[in-house]
Design a protein around this ligand. Structure first.
Ligand SMILES: [Fe+2]
Ligand SMILES: [Fe+2]
Length: 269
């Protein structure tokens, strides 16, 4: 008998429970108890279930991959946030400069795997995953673009590159926390799906699925914890109190944006 799969929301909540600051923990819990969170969880899980259990037209798979990629390949904007922090450090005095440097170092750890400093860069893993899932590189054609997923990407880009630094860091934390749930949820079915839909052997499917499985479990969870630590260093540098209410509103906004993008992906099926 197969065990009930843990929901994206419950996985994200487990990450939140690891925080050592109970006020931020309660604030993020509250964000995950919002209507926006419930809708984001329900819609995104429905998308993954449709993708992996229904016999999909390759056109649908390509459109899913294009939209999903637009939502996720955003490590460049995390590097941009790190550059912003390093520029602030360059003109700050001690002890603020050191604390801002610490925040930048935490942000760097969020993209260690993405940039490939220890293993294969994640854009290469995604290309292999997508090529295998759709049979070729068609998913990259402009006709598969999803305006809603592009809007989600623009929101993430703007928050990290141009928004106030605290909100930029918290949007990144929200993303890593949500993605812990999303990738972990998808990783439970992705290998079986590739075997069934592409007729692959287990080892071929596992290799192609590495983009998804590499992010599941502790990977994105670790990034979330780095983002929260970065936020705390930054608040200390600027001598302001950590504001859990800001963490809640930024997270809730992030979840409502996620929901809109997945709503559009759901209409593909
Ligand atoms: Fe990644
Ligand atoms: Fe990450």
């Amino acid at each position: 008998m197969k065990l009930m799969q843990e929901s994206i929301g419950d996985i994200a909540r487990r990450g939140i429970s690891l925080l050592d600051d109970s006020a931020t923990q309660r604030a993020l819990e509250a964000a995950y108890s919002s209507q926006a969170a419930a809708r984001a969880v329900q819609t995104s899980e429905a998308v993954f279930k449709k993708l992996t259990t229904v016999r999909n037209d390759p056109e649908i798979v390509c459109a899913f991959l294009a939209g999903w990629r637009a939502m996720h390949g955003t490590a460049l904007y995390v590097s941009g946030l790190m550059v912003r922090l390093l520029r602030e450090r360059a003109v700050a005095h001690q002890p603020a400069a050191e604390l801002i440097g610490n925040a930048a170092a935490e942000i760097a750890e969020i993209i260690a795997e993405d940039t490939g400093v220890a293993d294969i860069p994640h854009n290469e893993l995604f290309a292999e995953f997508a090529r295998t899932a759709c049979g070729d590189n068609r998913w990259e054609l402009a006709k598969y673009n999803s305006p809603a997923c592009d809007r989600f990407r623009a929101y993430v880009k703007d928050a990290r590159l141009h928004g106030p630094i605290q909100a930029a860091i918290l949007t990144t934390a929200a993303s890593e926390n949500w993605n812990t749930g999303e990738y972990t949820f998808f990783s439970a079915s992705v290998v079986d799906w590739l075997m069934a839909s592409r007729g692959l052997e287990l080892n071929q499917a596992e290799k192609a699925a590495r983009y998804v499985t590499a992010h599941a479990g502790n990977t994105e969870l670790g990034h979330f914890l780095h983002a929260i630590t970065a936020w705390k260093h930054y608040c200390a540098a600027r001598q302001c109190e950590v504001d859990p209410e800001l963490a809640r509103t930024v997270t809730e906004t992030y979840l409502s944006q996620v929901e809109k993008a997945f709503e559009a992906l759901y209409t593909l099926f």
